[in-house]
Design a protein around this ligand. Structure first.
Ligand code: SAM
Length: 246
């Protein structure tokens, strides 16, 4: 499938071409609608493997200093792993229903804040670690979101992103079959939201691959940019740092 121009993810929703504003609202509707079954669907679709990926992310962040923000934090999976009594984690997400689901669980060290990637509700240079897990592909403009993340990080602050990516060539045909045949049906049967899970597949395909995304992160001004595949590239962890004086 052809890649969108770098940084620009706002061209369509489903088969329709829509404006960035309409796309933003539809994405919001998707997550508001699936919130009650979001965690169950994640476990079913990934056979629970998303939990291992999130634990890997949390391990890579162990020595990072706060304040810690988990952007697009949804129901707080990653925030709960990052919070450890000594540090609080702020979940920042535009979907109130997703955050409400998360608040029902044990989340004593988590603060919930409404906000979106393109306009982060944090002061310049105020965040020590910003994580995003399966959230950036929902931003209407990826370059604007990355610029915001760079703005709010302190010099020396770290950015860690877990996102679906491009699997190894030998896995790709099986992964495609699974994505196109199984996931929309699961979405219809379990979450009763086939459109939402169709959107999920499309948004994964439209997100830049490992190398292109790393290029975008570097072009934003981050240093120490690298990535690490998980599960043979089905997903990847991306890393960057805001340089001192950068
Ligand atoms: C697939 S969920 C990921 C939730 C959680 N991080 C996880 O890994 O389970 C995507 C999240 O992105 C949020 N989201 C949608 N548009 C966003 C935007 N423009 N900026 C930040 N978050 C957004 C949704 O509300 C949703 O909670």
């Amino acid at each position: 499938m052809p890649q969108p121009p770098a940084g620009d993810l706002d061209q369509s929703f489903g088969r329709q071409r829509v404006t960035a504003d309409v796309r933003r609202r539809r994405i919001r509707d998707v997550f508001d609608a699936v919130a009650p079954r979001y965690d169950l669907m994640n476990d079913l679709m990934s056979f629970g493997i998303h939990r291992l990926w999130k634990r890997t992310l949390a391990r890579r962040c162990r020595d990072a200093v706060g304040p810690v923000v988990d952007l697009a934090g949804g129901t707080g999976d990653v925030a709960r792993l990052l919070a450890d009594g000594a540090r609080r984690v702020i979940v920042c997400d535009p979907s109130l229903p997703m955050m409400q689901e998360g608040r029902r669980r044990d989340a004593a060290d988590v603060t919930w804040l409404a906000g979106e990637a393109e306009r982060l509700p944090f002061a310049d240079g105020s965040v020590g670690l910003l994580t995003v897990s399966f959230g950036l592909r929902n931003a209407t403009r990826l370059d604007a979101a990355l610029a915001e993340i760079h703005r709010v990080l302190k010099p020396g602050g770290r950015f860690v992103c877990l996102e679906f990516s491009r699997p190894h060539w030998w896995l790709a045909p099986f992964y495609d079959l699974y994505s196109y045949l199984v996931i929309p049906r699961l979405g219809a049967a379990v979450a009763r939201a086939p459109v939402a899970y169709q959107y999920l597949i499309e948004s994964i395909r439209r997100f830049p691959n490992q190398k292109d995304f790393a290029g975008l992160i570097a072009a934003t001004g981050f240093t120490a940019v690298r990535w690490e595949n998980v599960s043979f590239g089905i997903a990847a962890l991306h890393f960057g740092e805001r340089p001192d004086g950068g």
